[in-house]
Design a protein around this ligand. Structure first.
Ligand SMILES: [Zn+2]
Length: 229
């Protein structure tokens, strides 16, 4: 694939990709740059320096003053280009795929409240349409389009059934944001409250159910026994 121009307005690419092209075409290998240079090249994009740092996952080498004593604290040196991330096939082939430790998997599941992020079922809970089958949760990698159009592979909790049914299409944060912006202002405000609370407005009944579901099995048995009195 040929190398598109970094500032081509027709280029449909996120900030990491445009940042890679900017490094190659404007800074050049061996050249140095500052955060201010990034801000000028990508005006209004708040996370541009972070997206450029993400290139390290693709073998790009950028040094700070901690690693290169000739640099000032503000400067970074673009030492070497890595995977040509503007080529979708090359980018996908090189996507960081380190194996997850059990601790990392637990952390992802805890963050997702031990619920499938697709259908919302809790681990061990029976499916409504099939009470013989209970949900087994696992942590999977999901291609995700971020609001700025950048595609990243992110970790999510999914149940076995949703995982099997997934067609591999990416999650779309850009479409989610557009849908939210289309709500009327009152609905947006309500949604914002849910987002800040980390949950949809729920009833005490639902909250009690969720608290119960997250107990270890033996503790659930004891709660059940106590209720039967
Ligand atoms: Zn599910």
């Amino acid at each position: 694939m040929s190398q598109p121009a970094w500032d081509d307005p027709k280029l449909k690419a996120g900030t990491m990709i445009r940042g890679a092209l900017w490094l190659v075409q404007v800074i050049g290998e061996g050249g140095s740059f500052t955060k201010e240079d990034i801000r000028k090249a990508f005006p209004g994009i708040s996370q541009a320096d972070r997206r450029i740092r993400d290139l390290r996952d693709y073998g790009w080498v950028m040094l700070t003053s901690a690693e290169d004593a000739t640099l000032t604290a503000e400067d970074q040196r673009f030492l070497k280009a890595g995977v040509p991330v503007w080529d979708p096939a090359a980018r996908r082939a090189a996507a960081p795929q380190k194996t997850l430790s059990n601790k990392e998997k637990q952390a992802v599941m805890a963050r997702d409240d031990f619920m499938c992020t697709v259908c919302g079922i809790s681990g061990g809970e029976s499916y409504l349409d099939d009470s013989n089958q209970s949900a087994v949760l696992s942590v999977t990698r999901r291609r995700t389009v971020l609001p700025d159009g950048e595609e990243k592979t992110l970790l999510v909790t999914e149940c076995k059934r949703c995982r099997a049914g997934s067609d591999g299409t990416p999650a779309r944060a850009d479409e989610a944001l557009a849908a939210i912006r289309n709500l009327d202002p009152r609905e947006q405000l309500r949604l914002l409250r849910w987002i800040e609370r980390g949950r949809r407005g729920s009833t005490p009944l639902e909250r009690a159910w969720n608290t119960y579901r997250r107990l270890p099995a033996d503790a659930r048995d004891e709660v059940r026994a106590a209720l039967r009195g």
